[in-house]
Ligand binder design. Structure first.
Ligand code: ZN
Length: 440
């Protein structure tokens, strides 16, 4: 198990097992494969043409009815929360979860089978540090159904959960720090439970075809129906904690914080994951140095002007503050009342024209293209803009952070960039830009 939690981990080798899918009742084989650093967890549908993959990210969340479904395009994978919980809690940051159906094998309704599988595959440290989300301010989500989740700052990843059935039957409480050892011993064996009244509608909806008393506990009034007796007196709250871990794994970063949950469900878990992801995006947009330190890969105004032919008043980027990779960078532009366009746009109500923000995005993207181009004998021309959205007005005094990422460069002639502008933590505009290269 991981002893240096600062590093990322993947599985040591490929390993798999077969079983029954809960909702469809089909036989399915699931196989874990090692993956490189910063890959995250991706599901691969081996049964479909071209074997498409789905990123286990909150952006790809599709539905939360009874189980968590993610998808990209038309491809879906259902009931991902237990395998994600096991991977996350056992310390696996990067892996491919390959399946030949749209749902993992349900096992016994707990995460035990996945823990066994991860043990079989082993976990291996990688050379890059782990990414964390450190909770700074209290966050909370609340649903009409009575679910309440509060996220508090903490050095560790902790969960304190209260679970209660209808009329507060089986009210249970448990609090713990989530570590691989604690998860394996206290959480992984806890099975899914369903209320008898809920089972019939699910069957009517053609769900839980693979369900049986072998992979779920059925609660009917005071009675607990299951093939095997309860594994813990408070097995239900333990399973709720399992689901929280699995759903929050969709954040894609390890959480340093304390989740206090009251009657949680997939919908509220997912909502909290979404809030965390949003906060992370906001922080990334704001993670900008005050000045450009030399040698960090940024470009000052002189260097920008050596690359771009634009000059005042048409130079729309003051400097590049960082290059994240070869294909991603952030530029900055401080907008002052002295900008010539404010005089006529509009007198008494100055707003920066949206098209000039698109121009700013194009200029930042051009810098990426320039860095990427092997030869300087060709020049990139701005050809088209798609998906252009202006979300908020940009006013005198604003500082615009211009994010650009090259998403595609088709052959030698075309390149595509996804861009957005951020002011005061909020996206003010976005666009997808297309460039073509021509000889000078
Ligand atoms: Zn579950």
């Amino acid at each position: 198990m991981p002893s240096t939690p600062e590093l990322q981990y993947t599985v040591g080798k490929a390993a798999g097992f077969s079983g029954t899918a809960l909702h469809t009742g089909e036989k399915v084989t699931l196989k874990l494969h090692p993956a490189p650093v910063d890959h995250g967890i991706k599901f691969r549908r081996k049964d479909l043409q071209d074997e498409p993959t789905i990123d286990a990210k909150i952006e790809n969340l599709k539905t939360v009815e009874r189980a968590t479904t993610i998808g990209e395009g038309t491809v879906r994978v259902h009931t991902v929360e237990h395998v994600l919980a096991a991977l996350s809690a056992m310390g696996v940051d990067n892996a491919v979860v390959e399946m030949d159906a749209n749902e993992p094998p349900i096992g016994d309704g707990s995460a035990q089978a996945y823990v066994d599988l991860i043990r079989k595959a082993g976990v291996m440290p990688q050379e890059e540090p782990r990414k964390f989300f450190n909770v700074r301010d209290i966050m909370h989500v609340e649903s009409k159904t009575g679910a309440l989740l509060v996220l508090l700052p903490d050095e560790k990843f902790r969960i304190s959960c209260t679970q209660a059935g209808p009329n507060n039957q089986f009210a249970q409480f448990l609090s713990m720090e989530v570590t691989p050892a604690v998860f394996e011993r206290e959480i992984a064996p806890a099975r899914t439970f369903v209320h008898y009244e809920d089972v019939k509608p699910l069957m009517d909806k053609n769900l839980i075809k693979g369900g049986s008393l072998e992979n779920a506990i059925v609660v009917r009034g005071e009675a607990v129906l299951s093939k095997e007796p309860l594994r813990f007196a408070d097995e239900f709250v333990r399973h709720k904690i399992l689901d929280i871990i699995g759903d929050l794994a969709l954040v894609g970063r390890r959480i340093r914080g304390h989740v206090v949950a009251v009657k949680p469900g997939h919908a509220s878990n997912a909502e909290l994951a979404r809030s965390i992801a949003r906060e992370q995006t906001r922080r990334s947009a704001m993670a900008t140095p005050r000045a450009v330190p030399s040698g960090d890969g940024g470009l000052d105004t002189d260097q920008v002007m050596q690359i771009l032919p634009h000059r005042f008043p048409f130079l729309m980027v003051d400097r590049i503050i960082s290059f994240e990779t070869e294909t991603k960078c952030v530029g900055v532009k401080t907008v002052t009342i002295n900008e010539p366009f404010f005089q006529g746009h509009f007198p008494g109500h100055p707003v920066m024209p949206g098209v000039l923000q698109v121009e700013a995005m194009a200029q930042v993207a051009s810098i990426l293209l320039f860095k990427l181009a092997k030869t300087t004998s060709r020049i990139g021309y701005f050809m088209s803009a798609d998906e252009v959205k202006f979300r908020k007005p940009v006013l005198p005094g604003d500082t615009i952070f211009i994010h650009a990422e090259l998403t595609k460069s088709r052959g030698e002639r075309l390149a595509k960039a996804k861009c957005h502008c951020v002011v005061n933590d909020a996206i003010v505009s976005e666009a997808e830009l297309m460039f073509t290269f021509l000889d000078k």
